[in-house]
Design a binder for this molecule. Structure first.
Ligand SMILES: [Zn+2]
Ligand SMILES: [Zn+2]
Length: 466
């Protein structure tokens, strides 16, 4: 069916978008075609500062300290400040972040407006501006197109990026869905009134009207609470890319840590979040601290939220297993393993016989072992080893005389000095591999022959001197 005019024009618009033009490396392509502001020096710092942000981010902490030193703290105001911290924090985490930036669930109209107002009380820019930056942060993590690039240091990603004019425009990110969302447009239109109203007027009015503490309401539930909400959110960009571990992927800087979760209303499982950003959860274990997830879940149970998205457990487990295998591989590489057959000399039966008269050599599963350092250590006695010098002790080793432990087999393999020409007798190929090497972490390019190094040959050719 031929496309309609509307469809054609929407396709034409899409073709004009820079990220739909195929590039070898999109980030490099954008960087090449984008001008960046000059590095900040003593001579240009005054003209590069973002004064509005600087005033907000210094006046609020200054007001908080002044208020804390000059105002009596009443218990009602303390409880209200903490509660309002949680409400405005959820406006950011459940609203700005998980609902609008990532579309990880659907919210009903009342919940949308509640979150938009609560988020305004956190005074962090409009939903559209915040989400546009956040989508760029996810898409260009750890590149120059990430507006709060963690590679530029803790303080840059925490607050520095807001205190100066953006050095480079954040990479392209599509927020056309938000432009069509009524609540986003409503918040954008009334933003100034909303931040003054929800940031300072409302928390002051509640304390004033309900228990007559306007001054405490202003300084504690207003200013100090706002300061805490600011730095709580900023920690998602700084602390969550700096402190913790990487149980799902280590390609980029995001990390998981309980402390980050504690100070960010549950956004601390950031390693998981960057891998599975459309998941409404940050913490996937029941005991991990993620009040934002609990809030969204409760909203879904009372009909305020729906279509909660969670990544298939099977895919999540792949990430976890990959990281576990990486750790095991590193552990495996720290262990000393026996010589592989391709790196040992291949000798004939006759040569083996001759050499055995000069030193204690024992044949087990096709490998020739020099047991001279072990004669007196052998739990079965020196005489037992002496009896098998120059002979094939395979059957004796595997139960003919004594069914040796896996540890004994592993230890024996460390005494390998040669391979018998003619291969492994008794069809014991499985037993020729020591138990510790039967299950190993192998890279994809090693899978063809997991017990040999890439490019090695296992030629049983010729004859060398032991
Ligand atoms: Zn991040
Ligand atoms: Zn995110």
């Amino acid at each position: 069916m031929a496309p309609t005019n509307a469809a054609r024009s929407s396709i034409a618009t899409e073709e004009a978008l820079p990220d739909l033009q195929a590039q070898d490396n999109f980030v490099e392509h954008i960087l090449k075609n984008t001008t960046s502001r000059p590095p900040i020096t003593f001579s240009n710092v005054l003209s590069e500062i973002n004064y509005l942000n600087l005033i907000i981010l210094t006046a609020i902490p200054a007001l908080s300290v002044y208020g804390a030193c000059t105002t009596e703290l009443r218990w009602e105001t303390t409880v209200w400040s903490m509660l309002y911290y949680l409400i405005t924090g959820l406006g950011i985490t459940a609203g700005y972040h998980r609902l609008w930036s990532h579309r990880s669930y659907n919210a009903s109209k009342p919940l949308e407006y509640f979150l938009a107002m609560a988020g305004s009380g956190a005074v962090q820019g409009s939903i559209k501006w915040w989400s546009r930056n956040h989508r760029a942060h996810h898409r260009y993590t750890d590149t120059d197109l990430d507006p709060y690039d963690a590679r530029k240091g803790f303080w840059w990603s925490h607050v520095g990026w807001m205190l100066v004019k953006p050095r480079i425009k954040p990479g392209p990110a599509d927020v056309s869905d938000l432009s069509r969302t009524a609540v986003v447009r409503w918040q954008h239109r009334w933003y100034i009134y909303l931040i003054v109203g929800m940031g300072l007027v409302f928390p002051t009015a509640v304390a004033w009207l309900l228990w007559g503490d306007a001054r405490g309401g202003f300084f504690f539930a207003g200013a100090a609470r706002l300061c805490f909400v600011h730095h709580s959110t900023f920690c998602v960009n700084s602390l969550a890319h700096w402190l913790g571990d990487t149980p799902f992927d280590d390609k980029h800087s995001p990390k998981n840590h309980f402390i980050t979760a504690l100070v960010t209303v549950g956004e601390g499982y950031h390693n998981f979040h960057h891998q599975f950003p459309v998941d409404y959860r940050n913490a996937i274990k029941w005991y991990q601290y993620d009040p934002t997830k609990w809030f969204i879940w409760v909203c879904s149970k009372v009909g305020l939220a729906s279509h909660l998205k969670s990544f298939p457990d099977n895919e999540v487990k792949k990430g976890e297993l990959t990281m576990q295998l990486k750790r095991l591989r590193a552990e495996q590489e720290r262990i000393t393993w026996p010589e592989e057959s391709h790196s040992l000399p291949v000798i004939s039966w006759q040569s083996f016989q001759e050499q055995s008269t000069k030193r204690p050599l024992v044949l087990v599963t096709g490998f020739i072992h020099d047991v001279s350092g072990f004669l007196d250590e052998h739990p079965g006695g020196r005489h037992m080893l002496a009896k098998y010098m120059g002979r094939d002790a395979t059957t004796a080793f595997f139960g003919g005389v004594y069914d040796h432990s896996n540890a004994a087999h592993n230890l024996l393999s460390m005494m390998r000095v040669g391979v018998l020409c003619g291969g492994v007798p008794h069809a014991l190929e499985e037993k020729a591999v020591p138990p510790s090497q039967r299950l190993r972490v192998a890279r994809n390019d090693e899978l063809a022959n997991p017990y040999s190094s890439p490019g090695s040959s296992s030629g049983y050719e010729g004859e060398e001197i032991l």
